[in-house]
Ligand binder design. Sequence first.
Ligand SMILES: NC(=O)C1=CN([C@@H]2O[C@H](COP(=O)(O)OP(=O)(O)OC[C@H]3O[C@@H](n4cnc5c(N)ncnc54)[C@H](O)[C@@H]3O)[C@@H](O)[C@H]2O)C=CC1
Ligand SMILES: O=C(O)[C@H]1O[C@H](OP(=O)(O)OP(=O)(O)OC[C@H]2O[C@@H](n3ccc(=O)[nH]c3=O)[C@H](O)[C@@H]2O)[C@H](O)[C@@H](O)[C@@H]1O
Length: 463
Amino acid sequence: MTVKKICCIGAGYVGGPTMAVIAKQCPDIQVTVVDLNEARIAAWNDQDVNKIPVYEPGLSDIVAEARGRNLFFSTEVDKAIDEADMIFISVNTPTKTYGAGKGQAADLKWIELCARQIARVSTTDKIVVEKSTLPVRTASTLRDILHHTGNGVRFQILSNPEFLAEGTAVEDLLEPDRVLIGGDQDEEGKTAIEALVNVYSRWVPRERILTTNVWSSELSKLTANAFLAQRVSSINALSELCEHTEAEINEVARAIGTDSRIGPKFLKASVGFGGSCFQKDILNLVYIARSYGLTEVADYWEQVIIMNDHQKKRFANKIIRALYNTVNGKKIAFLGWAFKKDTNDTRESAAIYVADHLLYEQAQVAVYDPKVVEQQVYIDLDYLATRSTEENKTLVTVQNDPYEACKDAHAVAILTEWDEFKDYDWQRIYDSMLKPAKIFDGRNLLDKKKLEEIGFQVHAIGS
Ligand SMILES: NC(=O)C1=CN([C@@H]2O[C@H](COP(=O)(O)OP(=O)(O)OC[C@H]3O[C@@H](n4cnc5c(N)ncnc54)[C@H](O)[C@@H]3O)[C@@H](O)[C@H]2O)C=CC1
Ligand SMILES: O=C(O)[C@H]1O[C@H](OP(=O)(O)OP(=O)(O)OC[C@H]2O[C@@H](n3ccc(=O)[nH]c3=O)[C@H](O)[C@@H]2O)[C@H](O)[C@@H](O)[C@@H]1O
């Protein structure tokens, strides 16, 4: 079967970039990305491609090339579903905030709504692809809904989890380590798998396209994120030990990373991992394991989250301690608010939690981030519901100029590893700060020796 029309439900950080790349690489396939969020679709359609809602290096060029040719963004969900022969579901699957599984299980409300909508409007056979990250066995729910329409339309369900990382989405999509496709192992299932393999194989070497049964594919996505996050928590755990023993975490990371069995990636100690997925997916894994009565398995993975929470809190406490145990009324400049560099995404960013902890102690926080807009900072803090919106507005300012953010500050904290921070005029920043001027480098980004020569007191992670 040759795919001619693709519909993707969900125009977010995954749906937008993945579909833009499919459209770029497959000019003969019409790709329509739909979303209920009108403002988001309007932004994807903005004449000025620099105003698309997801900031990713290289993405605006791809959108400019394909949009209007074979890439479309629309709010007409029913129409796009009915016209497509392959439908990707790429909607959000956040942690449940209510009811059974609150705080751990994935909220599959939006997934189920999509399945019901597909069941309701489809008049021709479809391949439905799980692109969202889902608990293992979700395909059985989709199957139950889609196979009981009674209108004779046939559906095949595939799992095709996405492994892109934000900030490098375009290169990850153009040159993925692997593409994973899970499907039923009968004839119809294999035909559906092959149809999707044929889309990716236009640009991904065939040997990098792995095919499995649906359940392995669903579980592999949660597992990959759990392993990656576990590495960060492992190195962060040791960063604390380094701070007590004069060992240097960067040196330890290099020493272990050169062992080819361990490998050098994902060993950067930090203020803690953030992002929309690591925490949510591990909590989901923990919940699934518990639901099967696997207490030891659940406890094992939960520790990754416990360690991460500890690291964020530890960083905030370190600032408070170094500022003589009181930050009340003291200005602390935050360089970075996004959860990592090269993205405007702030979901679960460590910066939010560090700020919240300092605000609890009545600090004055001045935030500068090259890509995060002012309103987002307040939305993130208000979401925690720790204090009133007015109080957040009083205690936190958002600056467009990093030098302004650092002026008259008692301390500067690096929360995101934006490259530009390395090139700032640190002498100028030092001169404008209160003394002793302190830097808390939550990313081990800056040149500690140079800063100390200027006169800063530098506190790095694991050093
Ligand atoms: N953000 C990332 O880097 C990655 C995310 N994922 C997974 O991909 C999924 C999507 O994540 P994001 O793109 O970050 O989420 P997002 O929140 O940026 O985008 C989801 C979009 O789906 C839309 N939506 C929800 N229900 C809808 C419906 N019934 N009809 C039409 N539109 C609907 C929302 O309005 C929203 O714009 C999640 O399951 C996530 O775990 C997987 C890999 C990477
Ligand atoms: O499912 C997802 O959403 C995605 O989650 C992560 O991607 P992402 O969260 O975008 O970014 P990462 O590069 O993984 O970074 C996650 C967090 O860990 C932190 N990190 C990462 C690496 C490291 O060595 N140290 C460290 O603190 C980052 O600063 C960031 O806060 C995975 O890397 C992707 O493969 C996956 O598709």
